[in-house]
Design a binder for this molecule. Structure first.
Ligand SMILES: [Zn+2]
Length: 324
């Protein structure tokens, strides 16, 4: 896979490692924060080869005498933002208390290896897992949990750089946080925001994601780093809120009309909703999650089962089972 061999400057002391790759899962943005001899990283890549590529790319940017990354912030605990944690032994790993408590919801590296190698490749989930996750190396990855947790807000200082971690979950996941760099006018949004692809949100409801995006806008940032895709400006975030509100209205209307979730999602997709974005099958997940809230179902969402529903739609529409 083509990975960036350099970091992109975002602001003073902030450099982005953005693996890009719209239209597929797992390539998350990571932000390196450096000041004096201190370095911190917001999110880590999905596997060891990617994390090693990031470390190599970061080398020229690390200040002379820096003792490598000693602090990691996990915006949430999906594997594509945390599986690289183990490549930074001894680092403090900061996340919200809610993230730490819901870590058990996340598919483990072993489960991801099973899904991508040992499921039937000619069935929707096995096919989809191979298509989107087969390029990653889950063997040898150890899920390393947070070492410092908080609720609400948490101040972080990296050399002369001040940052505030602000809990905005439950939204995308049970325990999302955003990172605000007030001196730089930058916010790191984690998976509250996606650029170029349809978003995926496991916890919801959609109103919570919109509220989290509004919290970002209220900080009046110049640059916003989404969890996936190119950096955004405030107008992009406002457009994203519009997307969420439009989708919410469509899903609620289908629910009120008594349509089952799968049918609602298929209808919304057939209408061409934001069809210039990648990964349309994520609408199936967003709809199913919104229905859970509308139906008052507060059991833990099953991430693999939700992904399997999206895989079914993708298999029928552009997989080997496609009739399109
Ligand atoms: Zn992600």
């Amino acid at each position: 896979m083509n990975l960036p061999d350099g970091l992109t400057p975002v602001a003073d002391g902030l450099h982005l490692w953005s693996p890009g790759h719209a239209g597929t899962w797992g390539f998350a943005n990571c932000l390196l924060v450096t000041s004096g001899e201190q370095a911190a990283l917001v999110d880590t890549p999905y596997d060891r080869p990617m994390t090693e590529a990031l470390i190599a790319a970061a080398r020229p940017v690390l200040p002379a005498g820096a003792v490598a990354v000693r602090t990691i912030v996990n915006t949430h605990v999906n594997g594509d933002h945390t599986f690289g944690n183990g490549c930074f032994p001894g680092a403090e790993i900061i996340a919200t208390k809610a993230s730490a408590e819901h870590l058990c919801r996340e598919p483990s590296p072993q489960q991801m290896h099973f899904l991508t190698h040992q499921t039937p490749a000619d069935q929707p989930l096995g096919w989809y897992a191979r298509e989107h996750f087969g390029r990653y190396t889950y063997e040898g990855v150890e899920s390393v949990p947070p070492t410092t947790t908080f609720s609400g807000r948490h101040a972080l200082r990296v050399g002369d750089i001040e940052a505030e971690l602000i809990e905005v979950g439950p939204a995308h996941s049970a325990g999302d946080l955003i990172v605000h760099f007030p001196q730089q006018g930058v916010v790191c949004a984690g998976d509250v925001l996606f650029a170029d692809d349809h978003p995926v949100h496991w916890n919801g409801p959609l109103a919570r994601i919109a509220a989290a995006a509004e919290t970002i806008l209220a900080l009046d940032p110049e640059v916003v780093v989404p969890g996936h895709g190119p950096v955004m400006g405030p107008q992009d975030v406002r457009d994203y809120v519009t997307y969420l509100r439009e989708l919410e209205a469509l899903v609620h209307a289908h629910h009120a009309a008594g349509a089952p979730a799968g049918e609602a999602a298929a209808d919304i997709l057939a209408s061409g909703f934001y069809d210039h974005l990648g990964l349309p099958e994520r609408i199936v997940i967003l709809t199913a999650v919104e229905y859970r809230h509308l139906d008052g179902d507060d059991s833990d969402p099953d991430l693999v089962q939700l992904a399997a529903q999206a895989a079914d739609w993708a298999y029928r529409h552009h997989g080997p089972g496609s009739s399109d």
